[in-house]
Structure formats: C-alpha cells, structure tokens
Design a protein around this ligand. Sequence first.
Ligand SMILES: [Fe+2]
Length: 261
Amino acid sequence: MKYNFLSKVSLFMIALTMLTTSCRRKKLEEVVEVPLPAKEEKLIIGQPDDVKASDGAFSLTKLNFQYNELEPNIGILTMENHYSKHYLTYTNNLNKLISDDANLTDLSIEDILKKLDLNNADLRNNAGGYYNHTFFFDGLKPKSEGKPKDTLAVAINKDFGSFEVFKNQFIDAAEKQFGSGWAWLILDKTGKLQVISTPNQDNPLMPKQIVQGIPLLNLDVWEHAYYLDYQYKRKRYIESFFKVINWKKVSDRYEEALSSK
Ligand SMILES: [Fe+2]
C-alpha cells in the first residue's frame, strides 16, 4: 500500500516536471523568436552640386571636385557629411538669422563678422561656421602643388625662416587647439604672416581675437572633419591636409590681402 502511494506520488512528480519543462521550453522558444533583420539600407552619396542652401543672402560655395577626389587624405563620407550636412546647416541657420534682422541685410559675411557682438552666440556660431567652412572648402584641391610659389613663398621664408618651419608651426597649432576649432595662416595688421588657432567657429576677422588679421589658409579640426577617417589621430589628418591644399588659391588670397592694405 505504502509502495503504491509512493509510486503514485513519483509518477505525479515526473508528470509535473515534464509539464513544467515543456512550458519553460515553450516560453524560451517564444523569447528567442526574433524577427528577421530588415534589409540593409543602401548608402546613397549625392553630388555636391545638388546641395542647395535655403533661400537667403548666402549660398554654398561650389566644390571644384567630387566628394571622393580628396581620398585617401579626406574620405568620401567625411566630405559628403561635412559639405552637405554641417556646412549646409550653418548656411541655412545664417540665412534665417539674417532674414530676422534688418541690420544684417545687404552686409557681406566679412562685415557681419567684423561688426559682430560676441554675446550674440547664434550669429557668432553660424556666421563664423559659414565663413570658416566656405574658406576651408575653397582652399582644397585633389592634388596639391605641395608648396606655395612666388610672392607667398618668399613671404613665408621671410617670416618663418622656411616652408618647413611654417608647416611645423601650423601642424602644432592645429594639433594643440583644445577641442573643436580651426588653425589659420593669416596676414596680421603689421603685414606679417602668422599661424594662429581659434576655438569653436571663431575666426581672425571677429572682434577681440588674440590676433586679428586677414585669413589666407585654414584647417577645420572639429572631429566631424576627420573622425571617420582618422579617429583620434588628429595629427595624421593635419599632415594629410598638406596633400590637398590649393596653394594657388592661398597665393591669390595673399596678393589680394596685400593690395587691400
Ligand atoms: Fe567643419
């Protein structure tokens, strides 16, 4: 009798265990059942000429090359993002600010920067962002001449000692700019070439800068300008920049700066 009772209890326990296991398995099956991954989105890279700013006083500078033509020094995705997203946003924001302020209508970007109230953060960031990026994209070309020629080459030798000394100073300024900002070659108020850096979207045309002057060359050292290609290795990006500088453009700016003095 006792045996039969224990057997019945055992059979009941076994049946209960099987039922629980079955339920648990079912639950597990429900948990691991996941939908199939969606089809991968196709990455579409547009054309620089198709990017248009909103209606307003300022438009994007035209790129004289395609997004992929600065590779391997600046990658296609970096260029596409930089030009069609970051630069476009600064330009559209600036156009909006100008349309809301009658005092800014009809002013050149240089005059907006020179008359800037530094406490006006929106205008400071977006007018600076527009000018700096326009200047940066205009100063690039797929195959750099390597060095400046003629008048600018003579001036660099005179004011820095040699092209190599200038280059090292520029690399140093760009590398040591803490956080986001820009490195510049400028013609200062005394007529001397200088290398400087500015934080955020500030530039040497704005009031109350440590050194003011006429910009000749600039380099964007915001992470969006290089992180896809170089990650944390900012110095490698800066060195590669020297392979895509449009020195003819920089020389033309120098001649123009001299004639304006
Ligand atoms: Fe940028």
